[in-house]
Design a protein around this ligand. Structure first.
Ligand SMILES: Nc1ncnc2c1ncn2[C@@H]1O[C@H](COP(=O)(O)OP(=O)(O)OP(=O)(O)O)[C@@H](O)[C@H]1O
Ligand SMILES: [Mg+2]
Length: 288
């Protein structure tokens, strides 16, 4: 993989009006200044990355094929014998190579939806199709393999194993699932180089900064070369500048044709995606 990661500087304040354009839809969302930023003092930082609309002429990394299809999905939890509906009727398609941002109020069901897409949970009703495969028709073993090979997860809290080094953390998923013929140790090293951590491979998570930990988590998510990267508030625990660096890594991975679905509360971060969907009251408010 030829991807180069460039960590760019951030500067210049600006408004927090979020705008994304699709062929048929223009969506504007105004959020309170500073929402989603870890440190309000940091809110004047702004990523100097090309916005999605600047890239309209270069969408070659996207195809018209949906890689994720969520069809009439409902999800309820049973609490104290009562069924509590969380997701009411979700329909969503994500195209191969697309960079999709998911936004919405706290508790609206964003993580629940992402966990369904990533097969960490099963829907109460409805169908989820990943790369043409219907989860309802797969055995638990097949689901585990599909998840292990085709889906990489990145979480807000990094979820690294404290007693393992960065390199061991990156290699860890390959003990459960690995692509044949791949030297996973070498690939783990290459991925850590890719995210700029060549000199931190043998450090443990406690010896890494938040941004460095998240880069390890991204390398771990990429170890089996998944088609889809799911990120649940990956910059939520980071200051704006570090969040921008992480976003830049996602952008480069997307330019390398990887499909990315990212939950964020930060309208500026979401503004770099190809498309934004809003989850509110258990439904997707805008969909193509
Ligand atoms: N395992 C569970 N059992 C019962 N209820 C749950 C469970 N997981 C989530 N919920 C409920 O589902 C709702 C949606 O939760 P979810 O974590 O998807 O929200 P979210 O949009 O990701 O919120 P946030 O922005 O705060 O992360 C919440 O009301 C939550 O309490
Ligand atoms: Mg959440």
């Amino acid at each position: 993989m030829e991807t180069k990661i460039l960590i760019k500087d951030v500067s210049a304040p600006g408004d927090l009006i979020l705008e994304t354009e699709t062929e048929n839809l223009t969506l504007e969302v105004e959020l309170p200044s500073g929402e989603g930023l870890v440190n309000s003092k940091e809110e004047s930082f702004k990523c100097k990355l090309g916005r999605s609309r600047d890239l309209q002429s270069d969408k070659t990394h996207r195809t018209a094929t949906p890689i994720i299809k969520v069809i009439d999905v409902k999800k309820s939890y049973t609490l104290g014998g009562m069924e509590v509906p969380i997701l009411h009727d979700i329909n969503l398609k994500v195209l191969e190579g697309e960079f999709l941002a998911i936004m919405g109020p706290s508790g609206s069901g964003k993580s629940t939806l992402m966990n369904l897409i990533g097969f960490l949970d099963r829907p109460t009703e409805g169908t989820i199709i990943i790369k043409g495969l219907d989860i309802n028709k797969l055995s638990d073993k097949e689901v585990a393999r599909l998840r292990g090979l085709e889906i990489g997860f990145v979480f807000q809290t990094f979820n690294l194993i404290p007693r393992l080094t960065a390199l061991e953390n990156v290699e860890l998923p390959t003990y459960a699932n690995a692509r044949s013929g791949v030297d996973t140790h070498e690939r783990a090293k290459e991925l850590l180089k890719l995210v700029g951590l060549e000199d931190r491979m043998h450090h443990k998570p406690g010896e890494l900064s938040g941004g460095q930990s998240q880069r390890v988590a991204i390398a771990r998510a990429l170890i089996n070369d998944p088609a889809i990267l799911l990120a649940d508030e990956p910059t939520g625990n980071l200051d704006s500048k570090t969040g921008c660096e992480i976003l830049n890594i996602f952008r480069r991975l997307n330019e390398d044709r990887r499909t990315i679905v990212m939950i964020t509360h930060d309208p500026e971060i979401a503004g770099y995606a190809d498309r934004i969907v809003l989850v509110k009251d258990g439904i997707v408010q805008n969909t193509e």
